[in-house]
Write a protein that binds this ligand. Structure first.
Ligand SMILES: C[S@@+](CC[C@H](N)C(=O)[O-])C[C@H]1O[C@@H](n2cnc3c(N)ncnc32)[C@H](O)[C@@H]1O
Length: 284
């Protein structure tokens, strides 16, 4: 590790807990944050990261700026193929059938930390090409939220490099995207029913209730313990009993009896929400 990198690591180990974030989540991706912090130092005319630390001590208003620099926005379509295949083939049809049983015509999904749209659009494609046919008449509505306004702009534009689409089945790529300049843009049919909203999940949650919530590679990687607990409690208030919570494949929720692995699937970070199981506490 070079001297600059070591200084930045020490800085992040000091600063992240003050933002409710944890160093272990950033270990592998810290270089991206360090670059942004170095750029911010240059903007402020500060000589080094030690001066930035002093600057933070004197300017409380700089903390939200640093918080913004810490948002890791890497994503891609169909990130973790086995997860999206299971959602397409098992989870979405099961959720749609239970929506049908309660005579609902719409299935509601929420992608938290949707980055440039790769995750919510992957769900829309899985629904279009696989799950939707199993439940005719059912509509899928997706709310996609992110704290970063720049990635949301890209999400609304819906145009991507070839590399970001690599994980998608080839037939979906050709049917759902059209080449425009050097990019591939999602056709309008596949954008229907998707709303993008600028929201920080630590500060504001939507009013709706969802059948499916995806919170992948965000809270349960980067947030500290208390913030993870608050995130899960917030999600639980907006997830329908029997609904599904999807985390990143390397993530685990804080201990909570209400979440059990989705039955019949190998561990992929897909959980069923069973608030009735919380009641069992009383009989322990
Ligand atoms: C690493 S990306 C993951 C994207 C996608 N969920 C995936 O798994 O590919 C994390 C996303 O969460 C967003 N994010 C970070 N903190 C957030 C917060 N407090 N509220 C909402 N979104 C947040 C970031 O801006 C980023 O776009």
């Amino acid at each position: 590790m070079g001297k600059k990198d070591a200084e930045c690591v020490a800085f992040l180990q000091w600063a992240l807990p003050r933002l409710g974030l944890r160093w272990s989540g950033y270990r592998k991706v810290h270089a991206q944050v360090c670059k942004r912090v170095a750029r911010r130092c240059r903007q402020l005319g500060l000589a080094d990261i030690a001066s930035y630390r002093d600057y933070l001590a004197q300017h409380a208003g700089e903390w939200p700026v640093l918080d913004g620099l810490c948002a890791i926005t890497i994503s891609r379509f169909y990130r973790d193929r086995a997860v999206f295949d299971s959602l397409a083939q098992n989870v979405l049809p099961a959720l749609a059938r239970s929506a049908q049983r309660r005579e609902a015509a719409t299935l509601a999904a929420w992608s938290i930390g949707c980055a440039s749209g790769e995750e919510p659009y992957s769900i829309a494609l899985a629904w279009h090409f696989v799950s939707g046919a199993a439940v005719p008449g059912m509509h899928l509505k997706i709310l996609a939220t992110d704290v970063d306004a720049t990635v949301l702009e890209r999400a609304r534009a819906g145009c991507y490099s070839a590399g970001s689409l690599k994980g998608l089945p080839a037939a979906w790529r050709t049917q759902a995207f059209e080449a425009r300049d050097a990019e591939f843009c999602l056709r309008d049919d596949f954008r229907e029913g998707i709303e993008f909203r600028h929201e920080d999940m630590r500060k504001r949650l939507p009013d709706e209730t969802f059948d499916l919530v995806l919170c992948r590679n965000l809270a349960f990687t980067y947030f500290d313990e208390a913030a993870q607990r608050a995130a899960l409690d917030g999600i639980s208030r907006h997830l329908r009993p029997g609904g599904a919570l999807v985390l990143g494949t390397h993530e685990a929720p804080p201990p909570d009896r209400c979440y059990t692995p989705w039955p019949g699937l190998r561990p992929l970070g897909i959980f069923v929400f069973r608030p009735d199981l919380a009641e069992t506490d009383r009989f322990d």
